[in-house]
Design a protein around this ligand. Structure first.
Ligand code: RUQ
Ligand code: CUA
Length: 654
C-alpha cells in the first residue's frame, strides 16, 4: 500500500514536471493531463525492470546501444564495428582480430540495421545481427553476453546497406550492395558504370550455433540496393530488395537517379537459388574476404581468410529473380506479418505502393511481364498491385506492423508517422515527430508476431528538443503508446550516434539467459592462470609475458622488475572473481593503448612498449571495492642495453 502511494507521488511529481516543460500541445492528442499519463506509462520505478529490451543501431558510431522500454534508459553500448577504449574492444589482443578485414585493420564503420534472429518468424533472443555499411560486413552479437562474437566480410560489394535482414528461421541473413561497383574490382572508367558495374546480393548462411558463411551471391545489374525484407508465412522462401538508381547514373544522383517514374523491388526466390547451387549451376569466383570469430572458450578472436564465393547470374538462372516496378525510388521494403503484402516506400512520393504476394505468383505463372532488364523479367505493375495507401504525407521511408492488423509508416519530409489499416489501406491516424523521422520500430514489428504496444520513432534531427550542446544535438528516439486507436507520444530520449533502425523484444526472452560471469574452469585462454600461485613473468627475446591475476583488491604480481626499453610487454590479466558484475580494470601509465576491462573469470591482454627507464605505475580503473584505490602496482623499466634480473612479487613474505 505504502509503496503504491509513493509510486503515485513520484508519478505525480513527474507529471507536474512534464506539464511545465512540454507545454502540452507537442504531446499530440493529450494536452497537459496527457503529460501525466505519459509519465506514468514510461515511469519504471527505481528497482523495477523494463518490459522490453530495445537495440538501436549507432549509425556513424558503428556500435549498438541497448535501451529499456518504456523507460528509455540506456543499459549498454555494445562495441561492434568501431574500437571502444572503454571496453578495450579493438585494443586488447583478444578482440583486435574482430576488426581485421581484407583492407587491413579498420577502427570504424557505419552500422545501420540491427536484426534479431528468428524462429518461426518470431524474434527468439539468441543473436542480434547488424550491418557494416562502409566496408561491407555483417556482425553477430551473442545476447547471452551482449558481445560481438563474429564479423564476416562481404566481397564484391560497395556499401552494405540492405542488410542483415533475416529469413523466418534465420536460415540466412541477407546483404545487398548499395553501390554498383566493378565485379571483380578493376581499373575502369567511372562513366562505364551503366551496364558494366554490378550489384551483388549476398545470402549469408547462419548455422545452428550462429556461425556465418556466405552461401552464395547473386550478381544483379548495378542498381543501388537500398533495403530488404524476407518473406514470411506464405512468402517464406523469398526476399525483397528495394532499389533506386535503376537509371544507372554515376553522377549527381539526386537528379539523375530520380528520372525513372518507377524503380524496382527485386523479388528473389532463394529456394530456387539453393536448387541451382545444389545442382552445381553456379560459378565459383575468386574473392577474398575475412571471417572473424570470437571463441568464448579460448576467449580469443581469430581471423580466417576465405578465397571463393559461389555466384549466380540471373540471366542464367530462370525463376530466380523478378522485378516488381515500384514508384519513386523506394527506400524501405516491408512485408506484413502474414507475408502477403509487400510495402514499397517510394521516398519521392506521397503514396505507398502495396504489392500482393499471391498476385505476384499468379503474374509469374501467367508470364505477365512488361519488360526485361539484363535477363530479369519485369512484372506488370497493375497485376501485382494490392492497393495504394493515399497518405497525403510526403517522403515515406519505412513501415512496421502491430498485432492488430495495422501498419505504421514514417514520412521524412512531413515529419510524421501515419497509421493505416492493412487490407483496406485507409489512413487511421497520424502523429507528428520531432523531427524528420527515418526508421521506426514496433517490438517484433517486422516479424510474424508483432508484440505491438509501443512504437519508437527514430529521428534524424533534434534541434530544440533538449538543452543545446553546441552545434550538434544527439539524434532522438520518440516512444509512442500504440495500444489505443490513436498514437500517443509518451517519451523522448537521446540516442548514441544515429539510430537508423532498432529491434525490441520482451525482456524475459533475454534476461534469463544473460551470463553473469565466466567460469574460471571453462577459461581456456592460452595465457590464463587460475590462481595466484601460478603468477609468472617470462622473457623470450624482447617479448615479455606477464601472467597476472586480479581479485579484490590487488593484482598479483604488483611489483615487477627486469623489463627493458624496447621490450614488447604483454600483460595477460585473469580476473579471478566468480561473482556477477565484478570486472576489474587495468591501466598502465603512458601505454599507447586503452585500459582493459576484464569480466569475472576472463583473461585479457594489454600490449605495452615501455619508452624510457623508470618506475611506471599501473592500477585498476573500475571502482571495484572499498579498497579499489589501493589496487595498484609498479613495473620497473631499465635501459635497453642493461641486463636486469627478471623479478616479480606480491606482498612481503618475510
Ligand atoms: S536507412 S532512414 Cu540506413 Cu535504414 Cu532508412
Ligand atoms: Cu579492481 Cu578497482
Amino acid at each position: 500500500m505504502k509503496v503504491k502511494m509513493l509510486q503515485n507521488i513520484a508519478g505525480f511529481a513527474l507529471m507536474l514536471a512534464l506539464m511545465t516543460s512540454c507545454g502540452g500541445d507537442q504531446n499530440g492528442s493529450s494536452g497537459p493531463l496527457g503529460g501525466g499519463s505519459a509519465a506514468q506509462k514510461t515511469y519504471v520505478a527505481p528497482g523495477e525492470l523494463d518490459e522490453f529490451y530495445a537495440f538501436l543501431s549507432g549509425g556513424f558510431s558503428g556500435q549498438v546501444s541497448v535501451y529499456g522500454l518504456p523507460s528509455g534508459r540506456l543499459f549498454k553500448v555494445i562495441p561492434v564495428f568501431s574500437v571502444d577504449a572503454e571496453k578495450a574492444y579493438g585494443f586488447n589482443e583478444e578482440t583486435k582480430p574482430m576488426l581485421e578485414t581484407s583492407h587491413g585493420f579498420l577502427p570504424w564503420d557505419d552500422s545501420h540495421h540491427p536484426e534479431l534472429s528468428q524462429t518461426d518468424g518470431v524474434p527468439d533472443g539468441r543473436w542480434l545481427f547488424i550491418n557494416g555499411n562502409n566496408t561491407p560486413r555483417i556482425a553477430r552479437i551473442d545476447l547471452t553476453t551482449f558481445e560481438t562474437v563474429e564479423i564476416i566480410e562481404l566481397p564484391n560489394s560497395g556499401g552494405n546497406h540492405s542488410s542483415p535482414f533475416t529469413t523466418e528461421n534465420t536460415e540466412y541473413v541477407v546483404a545487398g550492395t548499395r553501390f554498383g561497383v566493378p565485379v571483380p574490382q578493376q581499373d575502369m572508367g567511372i562513366d562505364e558504370y551503366a551496364g558494366k558495374f554490378k550489384g551483388a546480393l549476398s545470402y549469408v548462411k547462419v548455422a545452428d550455433d550462429g556461425r556465418m558463411d556466405i552461401a552464395f551471391q547473386i550478381l544483379m545489374p548495378g542498381f543501388n540496393y537500398d533495403l530488404a525484407h524476407s518473406g514470411k508465412g506464405l512468402s517464406h522462401g523469398w526476399t525483397f530488395f528495394s532499389s533506386y538508381n535503376t537509371e544507372e547514373s554515376n553522377t549527381l544522383l539526386e537528379v539523375e537517379a530520380s528520372k525513372n517514374d518507377k524503380d524496382f523491388i527485386a523479388a528473389i526466390n532463394w529456394k530456387v537459388a539453393e536448387q541451382y547451387i545444389a545442382d552445381g549451376n553456379y560459378e565459383e569466383m575468386n574473392s577474398s574476404y575475412l571471417r572473424n570469430f570470437y571463441d568464448e572458450e579460448t576467449q580469443m578472436a581469430t581471423s580466417e581468410k576465405m578465397e571463393k564465393v559461389k555466384v549466380l547470374k540471373p540471366e542464367d538462372c530462370p525463376g530466380l529473380v523478378y522485378f516488381l516496378p515500384c514508384p519513386k525510388s523506394p527506400h524501405g521494403v516491408d512485408v506484413d506479418p502474414t507475408g502477403e503484402y509487400i510495402v514499397g516506400n517510394g521516398k519521392l512520393s506521397a503514396d505507398l505502393t502495396v504489392h500482393s504476394f499471391t498476385k505476384m505468383l499468379a503474374a509469374i505463372e501467367q508470364e505477365d511481364f512488361v519488360d526485361e532488364k539484363y535477363g530479369i523479367p519485369v512484372l506488370n505493375f497493375d497485376a501485382t498491385l494490392a492497393g495504394i495507401v493515399k497518405s497525403t504525407g510526403l517522403g515515406p521511408l519505412h513501415t512496421e506492423f502491430d498485432d492488430k492488423g495495422n501498419a505504421y509508416t514514417t514520412f521524412f519530409i512531413t515529419s510524421e508517422v501515419i497509421k493505416w489499416k492493412v487490407g483496406t489501406w485507409e489512413v487511421l491516424d497520424r502523429a507528428p515527430c520531432y523531427y524528420s523521422v527515418g526508421h521506426l520500430m514496433v517490438p517484433g514489428g517486422d516479424s510474424r508476431k508483432p508484440w505491438g504496444k509501443y512504437m519508437l520513432a527514430l529521428n534524424k534531427i533534434t534541434k530544440d528538443r533538449y538543452l543545446p550542446t553546441g552545434p550538434e544535438v544527439n539524434q532522438s528516439a520518440q516512444l509512442f503508446d500504440i495500444s489505443g486507436d490513436k498514437m500517443e507520444l509518451i517519451l523522448d530520449f537521446p540516442t548514441v550516434g544515429e539510430p537508423h533502425y532498432a529491434q525490441a523484444i520482451p525482456a524475459e526472452l533475454i534476461m534469463e539467459n544473460s551470463k553473469q560471469f565466466y567460469k574460471l574452469e571453462e577459461n581456456h585462454h592460452p595465457h590464463a592462470i587460475k590462481s595466484e600461485e601460478d603468477i609468472k613473468v617470462v622473457r623470450e627475446g624482447n617479448v615479455v609475458r606477464i601472467y597476472m591475476t586480479s581479485i579484490r583488491s590487488h593484482f598479483a604480481p604488483d611489483n615487477i622488475e627486469g623489463i627493458k626499453v624496447g621490450d614488447e610487454v604483454y600483460f595477460h590479466v585473469t580476473n579471478l572473481e566468480q561473482d556477477y558484475d565484478v570486472p576489474h580494470g587495468f591501466a598502465v601509465m603512458g601505454a599507447r593503448n586503452s585500459e582493459l576491462l576484464i569480466m569475472p573469470g576472463q583473461t585479457e591482454t594489454l600490449l605495452w612498449r615501455p619508452q624510457y627507464p623508470g618506475v611506471i605505475p599501473f592500477y585498476c580503473s573500475d571502482f571495484c571495492s572499498a579498497l579499489h584505490q589501493e589496487m595498484q602496482g609498479y613495473i620497473r623499466v631499465s635501459a635497453q642495453n642493461s641486463n636486469p634480473e627478471l623479478k616479480w612479487s606480491v606482498g612481503t613474505d618475510e
